[in-house]
Write a protein that binds this ligand. Structure first.
Ligand code: ADE
Ligand code: ZN
Length: 324
């Protein structure tokens, strides 16, 4: 089974590129940019990656990305992950990135975009890897700021596959961003949002009704509402589930308690992603192997999950045909 999973061409719909920053690269970039880290060794950083909840993780996530300052840092960050993912048999990645987390440190949007777009181009040209771009807004920051960043991103609208919504979910309901998502829709931009990771099932409903999203990132708490489950099933709305993330952030105690088998049994359009692989114990292959071991799934289950992801990936019809 492990060999099958290694060879399976995998499609990742939910990856925060800043969460792919491995401690080794974090140290290299810190040195290159003269930035001091709160760790003295790679091992010390890794030892700190134990979280009680989403906020505990986000604190280290924002601290880690402080080493990203110049275009080449964003390029190195993305290429480092793309190469690793390719080695794990990944063929497509829809990549979230968080402009506000960089703007607030004085890193211009142009620097972020130039580095990420260069890496995307190179991956598509040389690695047989297709990349989708999801510009995400931080939901624990004001909606006005998100709206401003969306306007500021005008030169890049054509290069975005979607906008997203991430960061601390509790007490930051989707409705807070109604104007931002309305504007994005007006611009013809596709919308996705994290919902039902730590937040209640009602946030998933809100994201669908008020933000008109095409995709729910995580969504595992949908099972708390039968009405919602019925809707997700009948509309076949894709859930980008991140199993090892959910264990690391204590959404579930143990992977064997994860609702993934139940979500599948309910007929929902489930996919598997790594979320923040540098912080949650591994990338796509590790997540797939962990699921195989925890749930005893056969090859057909992984084929279905992969097919779901291919159908929903932000890519051209030609590339989709190639992947199917
Ligand atoms: N940003 C990076 N990873 C995240 C996650 N798992 N949930 C919400 N925001 C995030
Ligand atoms: Zn996420």
């Amino acid at each position: 089974m492990h060999e099958f999973l290694r060879n399976l061409p995998k499609v990742e719909l939910h990856l925060h590129i800043e969460g792919s920053l491995e401690p080794e690269l974090m140290f290299a970039l810190a040195q290159r940019n003269g930035i001091e880290l709160p760790y003295t060794t790679v091992q010390e950083a890794k030892d700190a990656y134990h979280f009680n909840d989403l906020q505990g993780f986000l604190n280290l996530y924002f601290q880690g990305m402080s080493v990203l300052r110049n275009e080449e840092d964003f390029y190195d960050l993305a290429m480092d992950y793309f190469k690793r993912a390719r080695e794990e048999g990944v063929v497509h990645i829809d990549m979230h990135f968080d402009p506000q987390a960089h703007l607030q440190r004085g890193v211009p949007l142009e620097v972020v975009m130039a580095g990420l777009l260069k890496a995307k181009q190179e991956a598509e040209d040389n690695l047989d890897l297709s990349i989708g771009m999801i510009m995400a807004f931080l939901r624990d920051r004001p909606a006005e700021e998100a709206l401003h960043v969306l306007e500021q991103a005008a030169p890049y609208w054509k290069m975005l596959d979607a906008i997203g919504l991430d960061s601390a979910e509790q007490n930051n309901p989707p409705v807070k961003f109604v104007e931002v998502f309305k504007r994005a829709k007006q611009l013809g931009l596709v919308r996705v949002a994290h919902a039902g990771e730590e937040g209640p099932a009602n946030y998933i409903k809100e994201a669908l009704d008020i933000l008109d999203v095409q995709r729910i990132d995580h969504g595992v708490r949908c099972l708390e509402s039968d009405v919602l489950v019925e809707r997700l099933r009948s509309e076949q709305i894709v859930l980008t589930v991140c199993p090892l993330s959910n264990v690391s952030l204590k959404v579930v105690e143990d992977l064997r308690d994860h609702p993934l088998p139940k979500l599948l049994a309910e007929g929902l359009k489930v996919t598997i992603s790594s979320d923040d692989p540098a912080y949650f114990g591994g990338g796509m292959l590790t997540n797939h192997i962990a699921c195989a071991d925890a749930f005893d799934w056969d090859e057909a289950v992984f084929r279905q999950i992969t097919r779901n992801a291919i159908e929903e990936a932000f890519t051209s019809p030609g590339r989709r045909e190639e992947l199917l």
